[in-house]
Design a protein around this ligand. Structure first.
Ligand SMILES: CC(C)(COP(=O)(O)OP(=O)(O)OC[C@H]1O[C@@H](n2cnc3c(N)ncnc32)[C@H](O)[C@@H]1OP(=O)(O)O)[C@@H](O)C(=O)NCCC(=O)NCCS
Length: 175
C-alpha cells in the first residue's frame, strides 16, 4: 500500500542544501559541456544568497535534477560563474540553471520544475521570469512560454557573451 505522496518512482522536490553540492556537481557534469561547469564555491555562494529559490529533485533517493533561480531584474544577465546578487525591488525571477540528468530527461520533470519556480515567483509578486538559454534547449524554453528578448543593453550583451554560443536571453511574463 502506498502511504506517501512520494515513491521511488516519483521525483521528490525539496530545497537545495549544501550537502547536495557533490550530487549537483555530478548532474552538472552530465548535463553541460566542460567549459560551462561552475565550481563548488560559486554554488555555495548562490545557496547562501538564494536558499528559498534553489531546489533539487530526488529520484530513487538520489539527486537527479536541480533548479537554481533568484529574484532579480529584467534585462540583468548573470554571467557564467556569476554570483546571485539579490537586491530589493526585484521584478523578475532569473532562472540561472535547470538541469535534469540524462537518465531522467524527457519525462516531464524539467517542465514541472519550471512550473514550480514560476509558482515561487508568483508568491513573491514577481511579474516575469528570464534566463539564458544554452546548448539545445531553445525549443524546451519556448514550450515553457519563454521567448527570446532582444536587443540587449551593452552590459547584458557582455554577460551573455560569457556563455558558449548559441546563448540567447529569453523571458516570459507570469500571470
Ligand atoms: C533542457 C532540460 C532541462 C529539459 O528537461 P526534461 O525533463 O528533459 O524536459 P521535459 O521532459 O519536461 O520536456 C518538456 C518538453 O520539452 C521537450 N524538450 C526537452 N528537452 C528539449 C530540448 N533540449 N530541445 C527541444 N525540446 C526539448 C520535450 O520533448 C517535451 O516535449 P513534449 O511536452 O511535447 O513531450 C534537460 O534536457 C537538460 O537538463 N538539458 C541539459 C542542461 C540544459 O541544457 N539545461 C538548460 C539550460 S538553458
Amino acid at each position: 500500500m502506498q502511504s506517501t505522496a512520494f515513491t521511488l518512482d516519483i521525483p521528490f522536490l525539496r530545497p537545495m542544501h549544501p550537502t547536495d553540492l557533490p550530487a549537483i556537481l555530478a548532474v552538472q557534469r552530465q548535463c553541460y559541456v566542460p567549459e560551462m561547469n561552475e565550481d563548488e564555491s560559486t554554488w555555495r555562494g548562490r545557496l547562501a544568497a538564494a536558499a528559498d529559490f534553489t531546489w533539487v529533485a530526488e529520484i530513487g533517493g538520489e539527486v537527479g535534477a536541480y533548479l537554481a533561480t533568484y529574484p532579480s531584474h529584467l534585462d540583468k544577465v548573470t554571467p557564467l560563474g556569476g554570483e546571485f546578487v539579490v537586491t530589493g525591488a526585484a521584478d523578475c525571477l532569473y532562472v540561472h540553471d535547470l538541469a535534469v540528468a540524462p537518465a531522467a530527461s524527457g519525462s516531464g520533470l524539467g517542465a514541472r520544475l519550471v512550473e514550480h519556480a514560476l509558482q515561487a515567483a508568483r508568491r513573491q509578486d514577481l511579474a516575469q521570469a528570464a534566463l539564458v538559454c544554452v546548448q539545445d534547449a531553445f525549443a524546451f524554453w519556448q514550450r515553457c512560454g519563454f521567448a527570446e528578448r532582444r536587443p540587449l543593453a551593452p552590459a547584458a550583451t557582455a554577460a551573455l557573451a560569457t556563455y558558449p554560443p548559441p546563448a540567447r536571453y529569453m523571458w516570459r511574463s507570469i500571470d
